[in-house]
Design a protein around this ligand. Structure first.
Ligand SMILES: [Fe+2]
Ligand SMILES: [Fe+2]
Length: 297
């Protein structure tokens, strides 16, 4: 993809964007720590406390409906003990990425974007658990960042994104095909350029680049497949951001599902149809969670 015309177009768009935000230092450090087994709680607490806005948001999120503590948690250290190391890293990453684009106005409501991204993260985590994918936290985080290229389109190419939304509404096209037709590149290519700029670890870059064509992911096609399916499940359950693309799908024909079948000996434990219905219960929860995060910020 590196030298393809679509990649070149995406590189030019990102390069010419003068006010592209940088990822908070704390988030970048914590992403790197994900791959290290000797990270200590004190290090993480200190990192979070070095950014007071982040610390406040982390405490707010720990008290949210998603984590449901019995008593209110009011310190970062207490949050860490309550949730454990892994969940804290998830929360810090989610809060940091949300903060990156917090003050901007885009073509779509950023809250609906987070309903989608948080939804994909949560659904990816459930799929990962069901098929016994060993890195559940990675699946969640990959879900959180997978559509980062869309935020770029929403903020920096508002009118074009509106044309994409109009095209999807009028023709039976998938979102990505409309992007290709109207801008000559996609949110996957643009997202990859941003992820490279922010020094995201390779596995997240790969998901951002290939979540609509997971078979092309060279390192971890299974992770890309999990995100691909989580994305479809969320879209059919209305967790999208405005564009009602052509989303009816036959699971057996989906590339993501076939990869899961190829890679996972326990696939029979995963009843996709039943799972789709189970998601109905999670959707209001995810919406409630995002509203909770955004109220008063
Ligand atoms: Fe996408
Ligand atoms: Fe998506």
């Amino acid at each position: 993809m590196e030298n393809s015309p679509m990649m070149q177009k995406a590189q030019a768009l990102v390069r010419d964007c003068v006010d592209l935000p940088t990822i908070p230092t704390v988030a970048a450090k914590i992403l790197k720590l994900l791959n290290s087994f000797d990270a200590e709680m004190d290090t993480i607490v200190d990192m979070i406390l070095s950014d007071q806005v982040l610390a406040a948001r982390v405490i707010k999120m720990v008290n949210s409906p998603l984590y449901r503590p019995r008593h209110e948690i009011n310190s970062v250290r207490h949050a860490l003990t309550y949730l454990g190391f892994r969940h804290i890293r998830e929360i810090v990453m989610t809060c940091s990425i949300i903060d990156v684009f917090r003050d901007k106005n885009g073509a779509f409501d950023i809250k609906t974007f987070w309903e989608h991204s948080l939804g994909v993260g949560i659904v990816a985590r459930i799929i990962a658990q069901r098929i016994r994918f060993p890195e559940i936290e990675k699946a969640y985080l990959a879900g959180i960042v997978h559509d980062i290229g869309e935020v770029f389109l929403s903020y920096y190419m508002k009118e074009t994104l509106q044309e994409i939304l109009d095209l999807i509404a009028s023709e039976p096209l998938r979102w990505i095909a409309s992007e290709e037709r109207l801008i000559g590149t996609t949110h996957c290519h643009i997202g990859l350029c941003i992820a490279n700029k922010w020094n995201f670890p390779q596995e997240y870059c790969e998901v951002i680049e290939h979540h609509h064509a997971p078979r092309e992911a060279p390192l971890e096609p299974l992770l890309a497949a999990i995100i691909n399916l989580a994305d479809l499940f969320c879209s059919v359950r209305g967790l999208d951001y405005g564009g009602r693309e052509w989303i009816s799908f036959n699971l057996a024909e989906e590339e993501g599902w076939r990869i899961i079948e190829d890679f996972t000996p326990n696939r029979l434990n995963f009843d996709a149809e039943k799972f789709c219905f189970e998601l109905d219960d999670r959707v209001p929860e995810i919406r409630e969670m995002v509203t909770y995060i955004f109220v008063g910020t």
